[in-house]
Structures are given as C-alpha cells and as structure tokens.
Design a protein around this ligand. Structure first.
Ligand code: HEC
Ligand code: HEC
Length: 224
C-alpha cells in the first residue's frame, strides 16, 4: 500500500514532462531542448549530468556526465524504453530499496533524452582512436583480460550454460559491443580513477602499457 503514492507521483512527473515537451515544441524548442527538460525533471535526482568524478558510494546512480562519449546512440534509445536488462546485477549501491525497476520512457522521449545526453561530452576522450582489433590484438587482449581477472567483477560473455561467467560487483559486460563506445572504454581503461575514483575499480600495478590497454579494449568490444 505504501507503494501507491510513489507510483502516482511518478505518473505525474511523466505526464508533466509530456506537457513540457509540447510547450517546448510550440515555443520552437528543438528535440535537444525537450530532452534537456525531461532529464532535468526526471533524472537528475539520481544521476549527475555535470560535475567532477566522484566515488560510487556518494552516488545513487551511474554518472551521465560523459554520456555523449560513453553510450551508443541506438542502445541508449532502446534501453531507456525497456530498461529491463540489469546493468548492475546486484543493484548500483547494493541497498535493496534501490533495486526497483528503472523508469521507462516512451519512444519519442527516449529519443529526445538520447539527443540531449549526446551533448554531455568530456574532452578527455578522443574519438576515432579505437579500431577493430587484429587477430593478434584480440588474442593478446583475451589473455590480459583473463590474467587480470576482469571477469571477477563483471559479467563476461562465455560459452557456458548461462552464456556468461563472472562476478556481480560492477557493470555487466554482456552485449558491451552494442552498449558502449570503444573510445570511451579505452580512455576509462587507461585510468578508471579519472571516472570512478576510489570506487573499487581494478587498477593494475604497475599500470599496463597503452598497447595492452588497447588490446584489452579491442577484445572487450567483441562481447556480444
Ligand atoms: C530512482 C533513481 C533513478 C532515476 C530517477 C533515473 N535513474 Fe537511470 N539509473 C539508476 C540506476 C540505479 C541505474 C543502474 C541500473 C541497472 O543496474 O540496471 C541507472 C542506469 C541508467 C543508465 C545506464 C548507466 C550506465 O552507465 O550503465 C542510463 C543511461 C540512465 N540510467 C538514464 C536515466 C535517465 C535518462 C533518467 C531520466 C529519464 C533516469 N536514468 C532516471 C537510477 C535512476
Ligand atoms: C575488483 C573488482 C573489479 C575488477 C577485477 C575489475 N573491475 Fe572494472 N570496474 C569495477 C568497479 C567497481 C567499476 C566502477 C563502476 C561501478 O561499478 O560503479 C568498474 C568499471 C569498469 C568499467 C566501466 C564500465 C561502465 O559501464 O561504466 C570498465 C570499462 C571496466 N571496469 C573494465 C575493467 C577491466 C578491463 C578489468 C580488468 C583489467 C576490470 N574492469 C576489472 C570493478 C572491477
């Protein structure tokens, strides 16, 4: 019963943003403008869209500060409409009350939000550096990925009965090739602390040479 007012509130917010969308269009607002409004009404209470990198324990949801570099457009449009696929298998911050389903958007709003989030860019990420790996790079990347135990904290596609292996303490890498942009993954792998400081991300000591990071990233981009 305690659930009811919450879901009514959520419905009101969604209806409110639909009205906002119409206003924006009448006033000549672009799709980015209405996406901006939807995000600022419905998302920023959990997600940060600007600011400096901060530890996971201080946040309720993953940062969208660099969303324009991080996510593939088509994946984001689809996931926002049907966010059933769990990115964090045991929840983002482990508290059971936060395990409720993610808010879903109708198609037009999902597109407008994706266009707006595409404007959230971070200059540290250089576009066009990553290319599909050569067979040698992929083989090397696979070995490095295993040797460093990346699968211990990330669901990783595998030829097992479930179709994947791995631990639950961070993001799932199932279908990573549809979800993330290679250039963002490469820059993240160069130093996770530049994005998720003091959050328990794995950092090899000594740091891996760039060729190895490139090889791991190229291998990860084969995850279907
Ligand atoms: C009640 C808090 C909350 C609200 C409100 C919310 N989110 Fe989320 N969001 C989360 C959590 C928690 C996750 C991690 C979900 C998972 O594990 O699958 C998440 C995941 C995401 C992701 C994937 C992040 C990643 O790096 O994997 C995107 C993109 C996203 N949300 C966008 C949005 C947008 C756009 C809105 C507004 C329309 C929104 N969220 C509203 C809590 C929230
Ligand atoms: C000890 C657990 C652990 C191990 C091992 C680990 N990671 Fe992570 N990884 C994390 C945490 C924690 C984060 C921060 C994101 C979060 O969970 O909030 C993260 C985030 C990431 C992200 C960003 C994912 C996203 O969707 O935002 C990438 C890419 C990544 N790790 C790559 C790797 C690679 C490559 C390896 C092996 C060299 C590795 N990880 C090993 C815990 C781990």
């Amino acid at each position: 019963m305690a659930m009811k007012p919450i879901s009514f509130a959520a419905v009101t917010i969604i209806v409110g943003s639909v009205i906002g969308l119409t206003d924006g269009d009448v006033l000549g607002g672009s799709a980015v403008g209405s996406g901006d409004k939807i995000v600022k009404t419905n998302c920023v209470q959990c997600h940060r869209i600007e600011g400096k990198p901060a530890p996971r324990r201080t946040k309720q949801a993953p940062d969208l500060i660099w969303a324009g570099n991080k996510y593939q457009h088509d994946w984001l449009v689809a996931w926002l409409q049907n966010p059933e696929f769990k990115l964090y298998p045991v929840g983002y911050d482990f508290r059971p009350e936060r395990k409720k389903g993610h808010l879903a958007l109708p198609a037009d709003q999902a597109k407008a939000v994706t266009d707006f989030l595409a404007t959230r860019k971070d200059d540290r990420i250089k576009a066009g550096l990553m290319k599909p790996g050569t067979p040698e790079q992929l083989e090397r990347g696979q070995k490095l990925y295993r040797d460093h135990g990346c699968q211990n904290c990330h669901f990783t596609p595998a030829k097992s009965a479930k179709g994947f292996v791995g631990g639950t303490s961070s993001t799932s890498f199932i279908k990573l090739n549809e979800r993330l942009n290679a250039d963002w993954v490469y820059r993240f792998n160069q130093n996770p602390n530049d994005f998720e400081p003091d959050s328990g991300a794995y950092i090899p000591k000594p740091p891996l040479p760039d060729d190895d990071i490139y090889a791991i990233t190229a291998y990860m981009m084969t995850f279907k």
